[in-house]
Design a protein around this ligand. Structure first.
Ligand SMILES: [Zn+2]
Ligand SMILES: [Zn+2]
Length: 210
């Protein structure tokens, strides 16, 4: 009766499917948490892998310092007026830390809506409209957007900037300008080759916590 019986290994498939079932019923994994070092301020902060700076303010600071250092190298005898306007605006945003690039980003659809509503013309001078302006704050609602030409946009942005008088803003501004004029970059993110070194540097300054 028992002759001819052969033992066979338990099919792998059966085993696999049981673990697969287990995996399905397991609660979702908690996201990985990393301890990161902010390249701008040097503070350690908690983040997921994709974050470079600890705060939006740190991102703005790093961007304006790097941008301004680059423009100084490109224009050693003084930069043109349009760059001056950009630097002033970026500096103002970094000092207040309120400008949120991601929140202000417009979809192609919203862009087209603004251009169509304003008939492709600058709402201030009726010249050719080339830039979409956020009237006040970061909202991307249609009512908060208007079409302007480059000159009117620059003029409006400049007129919204004023000399800071409170000691905290002045100290921040001074700290940023010292970084701009430093012969060698004072922070790793101030260097012109930061774009190339960023990924490596971040990998070296990040540890998985759990
Ligand atoms: Zn920071
Ligand atoms: Zn205009």
């Amino acid at each position: 009766m028992t002759i001819g019986w052969t033992t066979v290994p338990i099919p792998q498939r059966a085993k696999k499917s049981s673990t697969a079932r287990q995996r399905k019923t397991r609660p979702p994994r908690t996201p990985k948490v990393y301890a990161c070092v902010c390249p701008n301020c040097g503070e350690t902060f908690e983040a997921t892998r994709s974050k470079t700076y600890c705060t939006n303010r740190c991102r703005l600071e790093a961007e304006v310092v790097r941008y301004t250092r680059k423009k100084l190298t490109e224009h050693p005898d003084g930069w043109p007026e349009d760059i001056d306007a950009v630097v002033r605006t970026k500096m103002a945003h970094a000092v207040t830390g309120t400008y949120n690039k991601n929140a202000r980003r417009l979809s192609p659809k919203r862009r087209a809506e603004v251009i169509a509503r304003d008939g492709g013309r600058c709402v201030r001078c009726n010249g050719e409209g080339t830039e979409i302006d956020h009237i006040a704050g970061d909202s991307t609602d249609l009512e908060n957007l208007q079409l302007l030409c480059n000159a009117c946009h620059r003029h409006k942005t400049n007129s919204c900037i004023t000399e800071a008088t409170d000691p905290e803003s002045r100290a921040t501004s001074k700290r940023l300008w010292l970084r701009v004029y430093a012969r060698e970059p004072l922070r790793v993110c101030d260097a012109s080759d930061w774009a190339q070194n960023r990924v490596t540097w971040l990998a070296q300054h990040r540890a998985q916590v759990f």
